[in-house]
Design a protein around this ligand. Structure first.
Ligand code: NAD
Length: 354
């Protein structure tokens, strides 16, 4: 592999570190994209990568995404991300997580971590045994926010879908609006439940057919095979599973005037934002609409630094600003003809001084 700073995904990241701990077998990469607005915040992913270079790329791409996401959410935080490389056995041990915690601690607060794919709340408790630069920890008390970010992410996406329906379809009510949801995990299920309360018509899909069927039964919607969800004729397609689904083939299959969902990195490549616009599909940039979780995690962390619990009402208030940010993006996109993803990127870059 060529030097990582010659990779296309290297974007003048401030700090990229390989962490090796022989005793525990830990191999991890910590990437700090920008600390212009504050400490670089973003979760830790535990994943088996076919090649080490894929892990480097993921860390570079995801940490830049966190800079953009945190800036657009109005948080006093920069962007960072860590990946722990799982070996084939997938053994994630306590000593690995402790060694990882030590390496986060050694950065002295320039990087703040939390859960991401493959890392649980319990894992973060282990990491927190070695460093205080951690968020997403379990919380107690009715008004305390924090812990699993999934429900807060879902809340933001729900608000964002409503804003998209207002903007594109001119409707204030979700009654009878047909939403096709890809992925019925933590985020997809939360979005579906909130939409069902408003009378939306739901079609759901998951590679775990039973999970999708169970949610459809619970909410009175329909479940379809996962291969079919992107071609369902509907008002909103909401991707809440994998990234890179909006490629040439995926975009060609869509039969929806709106794409608005929580999956990270939905566009396979940058050009796919313009391809969506060319099909006159309104796109909610993923890192803007899915910021609810990081808002909760950030508020938890910032409150903890003040020795206070995070206030759930403050978190809700901030999540409710997501539609306004989306409206700004869509208005500028409508006025200039620049696709919404490119408008969002330019706004984020300005905020982080690039
Ligand atoms: P999750 O693991 O709880 O759920 C993902 C679901 O998608 C699973 O049920 C899985 O079976 C399903 N799935 C996987 N591949 C699929 C496919 N090809 N077709 C249909 N379903 C498929 O994860 P989550 O926390 O709900 O996150 C969902 C997405 O949202 C991810 O892309 C994640 O990166 C992103 N995201 C999550 C959060 C959060 O707070 N959890 C925040 C921001 C972004």
């Amino acid at each position: 592999m060529a030097a990582f700073w010659t990779e296309p995904d290297f974007d003048d990241h401030e700090h990229v570190q390989v962490v090796r701990d022989r005793m525990s077998g830990l191999t991890a990469i910590i990437a700090l994209h920008s600390t212009h607005l504050g400490p670089g915040a973003g979760g830790t992913r535990y994943w088996h990568y076919p090649e080490p270079k894929d892990a480097v790329r993921d860390a570079l791409r995801l940490s830049r995404g966190m800079s953009y996401k945190n800036a657009m959410a109005g948080l006093p935080l920069g962007g960072g991300k860590a990946v722990i490389l799982a070996d084939k056995s997938g053994q994630k041990t306590q000593s690995m997580l402790e060694a990882f915690g030590d390496s986060v601690n050694a950065l002295g607060g320039r990087y703040v971590t939390a859960e991401d794919v493959g890392i649980s709340e319990a894992d973060m408790v282990t990491v927190a045994g070695r460093t205080r630069y951690v968020s997403g920890l379990p919380v107690a008390g009715e008004n305390a926010a924090g812990g699993d970010p999934g429900p807060f992410t879902a809340m933001g996406i729900y608000h964002g879908i409503r804003a998209a329906v207002r903007h594109r379809l001119g409707k204030d009510s979700m009654a009878g609006i047909h939403v096709a949801i890809q992925g019925t995990g933590s985020v997809g299920t939360g979005v579906a439940r909130l939409l069902a309360r408003d009378g939306a018509t739901l079609t759901v899909a998951d590679i775990n057919d039973e999970r999708a069927a169970g949610l459809a039964r619970e909410l009175g919607g329909k479940a379809v095979p996962s291969e079919a969800i992107m071609s369902v004729e509907c008002d909103v397609f909401s991707p809440n599973a994998l990234g890179a689904i909006l490629d040439d083939d995926g975009i060609a299959r869509l039969q929806a005037p709106i794409v608005a969902g929580g999956a990270n990195n939905q566009l396979a490549r940058q050009e796919h934002g313009a391809k969506l616009a060319a099909r006159d599909i309104l796109y909610a940039p993923d890192y803007v609409i899915n910021a609810g979780g990081i808002i909760s995690v950030a508020m938890e962390y910032l409150a903890k630094r003040q020795g206070e619990p995070s206030d759930i009402n403050e978190v809700r208030k901030r999540i409710a600003t997501i539609p306004g940010r989306l409206e700004d993006i869509w208005r500028e996109s409508d006025a200039t003809g620049v696709s919404s993803d490119a408008v969002a990127d330019a706004m984020a870059q300005k905020l982080i001084g690039r």
